[in-house]
Write a protein that binds this ligand. Structure first.
Ligand code: OTD
Ligand code: ZN
Ligand code: ZN
Length: 345
């Protein structure tokens, strides 16, 4: 039995840091385990310009603990009014690593997202020409569509067309939750990839709805039925370079989650690697963990792999039931559970 594993230092290809005091307190959790992270731009107001992204990047860098090597990779929040020239300039200057498309109102702080995907086509054409990565929250927001079907519907209504119209555009289908998404990504060209969160590998929708409502298992896109979870586990542990790590860590205080209208989002950053490696261990795929965590993402983003390494050991890890951010309680992913792997450093 493998009791210890050392891999190149991983990156988190989908993450929410927020801003201000919360950001300052959550950055160290990510910087402890990851060398880089794709930072989502869904602040209020959203990060829509090179100038806003550069300033946000500086605030994040100021929150990285001394002596820790961590690089935030910034994204541009696409809207109906995105200035493609500014996006291209920001990408050329190295401020933007990608641009993020949210259908308006698909998830937390996405009200300024695009109201019509096709209207964004001129911007997508420019991104294809400049080789800028497009990250997509792939769910339709049509109220007539059942929340459990919104990802599949997005593929059928929009994603197939985007892939067909922009055959060279690099697209990351973020936080996929269905076998439909796995199938779509598998049959698409090498320019289409996906991130997978730890929660969607661990839980199905029962974890949210059985035995009382479980707000700490609620995130968007919502967890689906078991067959989808199994398909995600197969994809993540398959060794295919099309799938890589993206926690979608999205911190909300306990009070905001345990509410009559609880916020969507799971704070996965603190024990992210322990969570993912548990899945690879259960699937007998520890030899494929490094690819998913540390190699496939850089290859897709055309960035160098990290030179440093991290080690995880087989050991009991009691995840605290709650942590504190800005003096308030926040429940981490796996809070109160015991895991069988520990991040050593
Ligand atoms: N999902 N919560 C958030 C974002 C993600 O769709 C996402 O990327 C958030 O709180 O920012 C969530 O459930
Ligand atoms: Zn999203
Ligand atoms: Zn997210």
């Amino acid at each position: 039995m493998t009791d210890s594993i050392t891999i190149r230092r991983p990156d988190d290809w989908h993450l929410h840091f927020r801003d201000g005091d919360v950001m300052r307190e959550v950055v160290p959790y990510t910087a402890r385990q990851f060398a880089r992270a794709i930072v989502m731009p869904n602040l209020t107001p959203p990060v829509t310009t090179t100038e806003l992204a550069a300033a946000y990047r500086d605030r994040i860098l100021a929150a990285v603990p001394a002596g820790v090597d961590f690089t935030p990779l910034m994204t541009c929040y696409l809207t109906d009014n995105t200035d493609a020239d500014d996006l291209a300039r920001g990408a050329a200057k190295g401020v933007f690593t990608a641009a993020k498309m949210y259908p308006a109102n698909a998830t937390t702080n996405s009200a300024a997202g695009v109201t019509n995907v096709e209207k964004l086509y001129p911007v997508l054409a420019r991104m294809e020409a400049e080789d800028i990565v497009l990250c997509i929250h792939g769910e339709v927001t049509d109220h007539a569509i059942d929340v459990f079907d919104r990802e599949k519907e997005f593929i059928d209504r929009h994603l197939r067309a985007i892939a067909a119209n922009f055959p060279k555009l690099r697209v990351v289908f973020e936080h996929i939750t269905t076998s439909d998404a796995v199938d779509f990504v598998m049959q698409a060209g090498p320019n289409v990839a996906a991130t997978i969160t730890p929660q969607h590998l661990h839980i199905n929708r029962n974890a949210m709805l059985v035995g009382g409502i479980q707000p700490h298992n609620y995130c968007l896109p919502v967890a689906k039925r078991e067959s989808h979870r199994l398909s995600l586990r197969k994809a993540a542990t398959s060794g295919s370079p099309k799938f890589f790590l993206g926690t979608d860590s999205a911190p909300h205080l306990r009070s905001a989650k345990e509410s009559a209208c609880g916020c969507a989002g799971i704070f996965g950053a603190p024990y992210a690697l322990e969570s993912y490696i548990t899945v690879f261990d259960e699937e007998g795929a520890l030899d494929r963990f490094e690819g998913f965590a540390s190699l496939h993402g850089p290859a897709f983003y055309k960035l160098p792999v990290n030179e440093a390494t991290v080690t995880l050991e087989r050991a009991e890890l009691a995840v605290p039931p709650c942590l504190h951010v800005t003096g308030e309680e926040i429940v981490p992913w796996h809070g109160g559970q015991t895991l069988g792997w520990k991040f050593v450093g």
